[in-house]
Ligand binder design. Structure first.
Ligand code: DQQ
Length: 469
């Protein structure tokens, strides 16, 4: 693959289309990553489950396809998203077979390499009072054990009303009783933000007494609005949310799935969609990439912190370190540091008054570049993409970022060719895609709009290529 936009340290299949992470689980010393995969090209269709394993969350080994649609079977039009659990020592998957959308169980007796599908769906129709309103959309089983029962969540919709997450319960994993909607959206509500018309890929996390419900929201099947979460309580099968937030800003991060690692951490991956015309991805022969593995924790204010897992420091190579840099409007590109795969950690002075930030993938004349901009007056972080190519997305991303009194701005940025992930002060995670037209657009820089700004420390690491070592 010679596509200069192809990431070098993110997970992705050797070629073709991928979307959602599926069936994430740690088993016998390996992290298993399954994912929505089309072996027939760089477009969504004939969805299989691809499969890979890792022992360290950094390096991955590709394994044979794990699930294939059965001709004339209940998943003949696709093996859509789902999860993995261990039931009495038996690895077990739940996923959605298409069409119509039914929920299927499969088990493995060879350490999760191959899977035997239970001959009938475990849920073959939506609940009677939902069926007429779901428009055939009911999918993405998320299964967990609690109070001596198995529970399942499914994503769905109620036409004209909004997205919905449905709650089921079972004692044997085969017979599922529908309980009620765990949570329903309202298409008329625009505050704190609109939650779309269809909810997909639910995940329910436990942080002591508190829960977090993560969902991915659609306006239409072709207009995905990103991943959001609610935190609150889950008691007597009722979920009562008190916080509603965006999980990752930037609109490319979708359908995340969260794995509970054996050490207790919640580790999440999301699908990072492309930001260029589909024919460019078709020509390149690949489409879609996983986010970095991200650890989730619950903050005292009820929000989730999203941070890259510490294991990623294994990617670090050459380091450039600076203390006490004085930045003025005349400062620009850093000399002698060029590349397209970096980690950057920067701490600015506290009480910033002027816009400032980091420049990525800049051409020497600055006409093509991405900028991570902190705007203190507006209390926000903006990601700006300058690119003359009309076939790539260039809209700005905006994320609110409120710093406490004297709290310095700290940014951690991962750049991997076309992928940019930004983490700010344990408050904001933003992910986007950039496609510079020239490989020479590989300069880094720092800037302050007017006045002087101090960077107290700046570290830049070149990162490894996990696929070509
Ligand atoms: N992707 C899968 C569905 C899911 C959607 C199909 C989310 O199961 O709802 O590839 O991206």
């Amino acid at each position: 693959m010679t596509d200069p936009h192809r990431p070098q340290y993110h997970f992705l299949p050797p070629a073709n289309w991928m979307n959602d992470p599926n069936g994430l689980i740690q088993w016998k010393g390996q992290y298993h990553m399954y994912y929505q995969y089309n072996p027939n090209g760089a477009f969504h269709g004939t969805i299989h489950w691809g499969h890979a394993v890792s022992t360290d969350l950094v390096y991955w080994q590709h394994l044979p396809i794990a699930l294939t649609p059965t001709p004339d079977g209940m998943d003949e039009d696709g093996c859509w998203s789902g999860c993995a659990i261990i039931n009495n020592g038996i690895p077990t998957l739940f996923y959605t077979g298409v069409h119509p959308q039914v929920q299927i169980m499969a088990t493995s007796s060879d350490d999760m390499l191959t899977w035997q599908k239970h001959p009938q769906p475990v849920i073959s129709t939506p609940p009677p009072n939902i069926e007429a309103h779901a428009g055939g959309h009911i999918r993405d089983p998320f299964v967990w054990r609690e109070n001596n029962h198995w529970y399942m969540l499914l994503g769905s919709k109620i036409e004209g009303s909004g997205g919905v997450v449905l709650l089921y319960r079972s004692d044997d994993l085969l017979n599922w009783e529908y309980i009620h909607p765990l949570l329903a959206g309202d298409v008329r509500k625009k505050e704190p933000f609109w939650t779309g018309t269809m909810w997909e890929c639910p995940n329910l996390l436990t942080f002591g007494e508190k829960r977090a419900l993560i969902i991915s929201i659609q306006a239409t099947p072709n207009d995905l609005l990103g991943a959001i979460y609610f935190t609150g309580t889950f008691e007597a099968d009722q979920f009562s949310p008190d916080v509603q937030e965006r999980l990752v800003y930037g609109n490319y991060f979708y359908a995340p799935q969260v794995m509970r690692a054996e050490d207790g951490r919640y580790i999440m991956w999301g699908w990072l969609r492309e930001g260029r015309s589909p024919h460019l991805a078709l020509d390149a022969g690949w489409d879609g990439v996983m986010s970095l593995p991200l650890e989730l924790s619950l903050l005292p204010n009820g929000k989730l912190a999203v941070e890259p897992v510490p294991e990623l420091s294994a990617l670090r190579q050459e380091n450039y370190h600076f203390d006490d840099l004085q930045i003025t409007p005349a400062t620009g590109l850093l000399e002698n540091i060029q590349g397209d795969a970096f980690e950057i950690q920067v701490q600015f002075q506290s009480d910033l008054q002027t816009e400032c930030g980091i420049i990525l993938r800049s051409s020497s004349d600055g006409r093509e570049q991405a900028r991570v901009i902190y705007q203190p007056q507006q209390h926000r972080l903006v990601l700006e993409r300058l690119n003359p190519n009309p076939e790539v997305h260039t809209d700005n991303h905006i994320a609110p970022l409120f710093l406490e009194n004297h709290e310095p701005l700290t940014l951690r940025i991962f750049l991997d060719h076309s992928v940019v992930e930004v983490f700010a002060n344990r408050k904001i995670c933003l992910a986007t895609r950039i496609y510079p037209s020239h490989e020479s657009s590989n300069h880094l820089g720092v800037f302050a709009e007017d006045g002087m700004v101090k960077i107290t420390s700046l570290d830049i690491w070149k990162l490894k290529d996990i696929w070509h070592e």
